[in-house]
Design a protein around this ligand. Structure first.
Ligand SMILES: Nc1nc(Cl)c2cnn(Cc3ccc(Br)cc3F)c2n1
Length: 589
């Protein structure tokens, strides 16, 4: 198992340079397509140069997997005592980066073929596909993840690449392939080449950073941390955290989840909810989602660093893949690994592919289903979660493309209701389950706790006039509780305080005595405290519904107002504001 592979053995994991060329080397011209391909891959396709490390490590990992397969199918394997690991060495003096594996290695025929694959069929189809790949084209079956093309990416950063390789087939000769990536390559026989492949990358002048241990370590931890074999960098094993998402969910402890969550989230927080989701249809998905315990303050809600990490067969494709989940689920952290996602050519191709859209739809539906289960499983915990994250759901309803998604998200919402005591929350499905057959619509009454308006005014008296005309008229009922000037931008009105000469009519109240010393003209924000349950219950609009024993949802903030307005219907019932009760239902009933 993986653990054995990781146990510390005493042989030190360093790479020695004992290979020696014997005999003549044959010169080979790259086929035209190969050169063309080299140009493309080396110049344009990789947005971040560092991914060449991901590619050669993936090739090494695949070579080790193929060797394991030979072992398991009882094939005769040369040097079968060699450890299944990947060794990487940086050498700052020489300006080289070396990646070595004891995988299946290559025969001379394969060496040429693997390059040739691209030249003969691959690069033609590859180039066609590439040209065909308009924006968002879903059929981006790039061949980058296969052997060969990934290897070429080394020429983005290399003046020269030496490849020592010997196939696992007993009796195979050691070979040296070398090229500067321009027009040709050379192959010679070499001795002291151990089974597998060793790639020595002679770095270009301005890519010498890849011969620095720290730079290489960061890149390996970012892209290849979960590769299924130990990776030794300059003798140190650097990939130690298991790809939790591939394990059996029941076998993972809370501690393992917390450690993993902190590793991928770069946080010391704990997850509040954990969803380990694996499926093979309609896509191959291995994923773990975490909902953090503490959520960012409101401000960072818009700007929080978000996006789950997207992997393909344990290799990172994108660390903050924004499109894998819809924006309204940006509070969710985690990893998604799908074999159906090709190791991609570039970020752009990944951003708006139909494949990613499909993935996003499947995942968001599953997360909503999970949250609904949690709503039933532990109501108190869910209500706390809803208080923290309700804002995201409301955004989801407003921004969701399909009505089906709106309906799905709507089940997550909670409201106060005339049927329940103050402070008790209910959901739309529960409301509907209580509706009488004759009732056609769902009713809600918006009694905002705060009404804020920012107004321009010149002098105190004009301010009072303006306030009276614009605000107090609009919100009948004693919805103004307090006015006091706490700072020059916000004034509350306070029933108990007398303000200025003006007395407002009985319903409302007076403004506090000392409006802030104001310059000629200022914009201030007036927050009118009040509203909430008592306003709702004493609202004339509620009276009629109450008399007819029609349940009304109470909303206290404008986001809910907007959300219900956008939602329009739920479970095929119209969602109506209470004030429309008279006109609509009276006629019909
Ligand atoms: N590590 C490793 N192991 C194996 Cl078995 C293969 C097979 N192909 N490739 C990619 C590749 C192709 C041509 C050349 Br030249 C070098 C090179 F790395 C492999 N890489």
């Amino acid at each position: 198992s993986k653990d054995e592979a990781f146990e510390e053995d005493d042989t030190v994991h360093v790479i020695t340079d004992k290979e020696k060329v014997v005999g003549e080397s044959q010169k080979h011209e790259f086929q035209a397509e190969t050169r063309q391909l080299l140009d493309i891959v080396a110049r344009t396709l990789y947005s971040e140069k560092e991914v060449f490390i991901r590619e050669v490590i993936s090739n090494a990992s695949d070579a080790l997997e193929k060797l394991q397969y030979q072992f398991m199918t009882g094939k005769d394997v040369a040097e079968n005592e060699l450890p299944l690991e990947i060794n990487i060495a940086t050498d700052q003096e020489k300006g080289t980066l070396t990646i070595k594996d004891h995988g299946i290695g290559m025969t001379e025929q394969e060496l040429v073929d693997n390059l040739g694959t691209i030249a003969r069929s691959g690069s033609k189809a590859f180039l066609d596909e590439l040209s065909k790949l308009g924006k968002g084209d879903s059929r981006e079956k790039s061949i980058i993840g296969q052997f060969g093309v990934g290897f070429y990416s080394t020429f983005m950063v290399a003046d020269r690449v030496d490849v020592y390789t010997r196939s696992y087939i007993p009796g195979s000769r050691g070979l040296l392939w070398t090229s500067d990536g321009s027009g040709s390559y050379e192959i010679a026989e070499a001795e002291n080449v151990s089974r597998g492949t060793k790639i020595v990358i002679h770095l270009k002048e301005d890519h010498r950073n890849f011969s620095l241990n720290t730079a290489v370590e960061d890149t390996i931890k970012k892209y290849s941390n979960f590769v299924g074999f130990p990776i030794y960098l300059d003798g140190m094993c650097i990939n130690t955290i298991q790809p939790l998402w591939l394990l059996d969910p029941k076998s993972i402890t809370q501690e393992e989840h917390e450690e993993f969550y902190q590793f991928i989230g770069k946080t010391y927080d704990k997850p509040r909810y954990i969803l380990h989701y694996k499926t093979d249809a309609p896509l191959n998905i291995r994923s773990i989602f975490y909902i953090p315990d503490t959520l960012p303050q409101l401000f960072t809600v818009q700007h929080m660093e978000h996006g789950v990490s997207l992997y393909s067969r344990k290799v990172l494709i994108q660390s903050k893949a924004h499109k894998v989940l819809p924006n309204w689920l940006r509070f969710v952290k985690g990893v998604v690994d799908s074999e159906d996602i090709p190791l991609n050519l570039s970020r752009e191709l990944l951003q708006d592919s139909a494949l990613i859209k499909k993935l996003s739809d499947v995942l968001s539906a599953r997360i909503i289903k999970f949250l609904l289960e949690q709503q039933k499983k532990d109501r108190v915990k869910y209500e706390k979660f809803f208080k923290d994250c309700g804002i995201f759901f409301r955004e989801g309803i407003v921004s969701a493309e399909s009505d089906e998604q709106k309906q799905d998200i709507a089940k997550l919402l909670l409201f106060e209701s005339s049927n329940e005591k103050s402070g008790v929350l209910t959901s739309l499905p529960s409301y509907v389950s209580r509706m009488k057959p004759a009732q056609k619509n769902i009713y809600y009454l918006c009694a905002p706790r705060y009404n804020s308006l920012s107004c321009e005014f010149i002098t105190t008296s004009l301010f009072l006039e303006l306030l009276h005309s614009t605000v107090l008229q609009k919100h009948p009922g004693p919805n103004i509780k307090r006015f006091h000037s706490c700072d020059h931008n916000q004034i509350y009105c306070d029933k108990r305080k007398q303000l200025g000469k003006k007395e407002f009519n009985s319903h409302t109240t007076n403004l506090c005595t000392d409006p802030p010393p104001l310059s000629k003209s200022r914009r201030i924000r007036v927050l009118l405290r009040g509203g909430g349950r008592e306003v709702a219950e004493t609202s004339p609009y509620y009276e009629a519904l109450k008399k007819d024993d029609v349940e009304v949802l109470f909303t206290y903030n404008e986001q809910d107002d907007v959300t219900l307005h956008y939602l329009k219907t739920f479970d095929k019932k119209n969602i109506m504001a209470a004030e429309n009760y008279f006109s609509v239902d009276r006629e019909s009933s």
